[in-house]
Design a protein around this ligand. Structure first.
Ligand SMILES: CC(C)(COP(=O)(O)OP(=O)(O)OC[C@H]1O[C@@H](n2cnc3c(N)ncnc32)[C@H](O)[C@@H]1OP(=O)(O)O)[C@@H](O)C(=O)NCCC(=O)NCCS
Length: 178
């Protein structure tokens, strides 16, 4: 869904290649990083299979590369959602590169891409109420909390998780960026 690389002042978002495997493994196998992700911490084999999918035309995740060093430090999720002209965004960064505003910078670039290049109507994002770093990004880029779903996700261990649902409309984004 990312048709060409997107550059920000510090990052470039691009498509995955098979050569990205070792960089992804450094965080996608880490339970601390993957706790709130649907796939959970991945094994080496799962990373390989996931990457194979993300290298194809059905890619839904896009690596964030540090412009200064060329290092892959995380990835952004971006794909069409169920409704027309509606996209979902998400984010996962290596712990060594969290807390520096990178995820917010990449998310802002994806919102611009969605609303300007793809003429999106709406962009949505979800996270757990226990993950403030994630919903803080949503709020910093102008998304509104639209819903708080109680016990809507059944985890493999039998525990039900709550979920926050955030969104931003094209008209809201354009008003912010006049
Ligand atoms: C969510 C994640 C991508 C955030 O990355 P990041 O690089 O730290 O994000 P940013 O620096 O752009 O912004 C994070 C914001 O959350 C805030 N934050 C971080 N931890 C927080 C906490 N425990 N409580 C309150 N706010 C917190 C930061 O202060 C910052 O806000 P600020 O700029 O107003 O100070 C990163 O924590 C991560 O990869 N987590 C694991 C994967 C994950 O959970 N992804 C989301 C699944 S829904």
């Amino acid at each position: 869904m990312l048709n060409y690389p997107l550059a920000t002042s510090r990052l470039t978002l691009r498509r995955f290649t098979t050569q990205d495997e070792s960089a992804i493994r450094t965080y996608a196998t880490d339970p601390r990083v993957m706790h709130y992700l649907e796939e959970g911490p991945m094994t080496q084999e799962q990373v390989q299979a996931w990457l194979d999918n993300q290298c194809g035309e059905a890619a839904q995740a896009f690596p964030a590369i540090l412009n200064q060093t060329g290092q892959l430090i995380g990835h952004m999720v971006f794909h069409l959602w169920f409704a027309p002209q509606t996209y979902e965004i998400g984010w996962v960064f290596h712990p060594a590169h969290q807390g520096k505003g990178y995820a917010t910078e990449a998310a802002a670039a994806l919102l611009r891409y969605a609303f300007v290049d793809l003429q999106a109507h709406r962009v949505i994002a979800t996270c757990q109420p226990e993950n403030p770093a994630s919903y803080r990004i949503m709020e910093k880029i102008g998304m509104r909390r639209e819903g708080y779903f109680r016990q809507c996700i059944l985890r493999p261990d039998g525990v039900w998780w709550d979920e926050y649902f955030y969104a931003i409309l094209a008209e809201e984004w354009h008003n912010m960026n006049l």
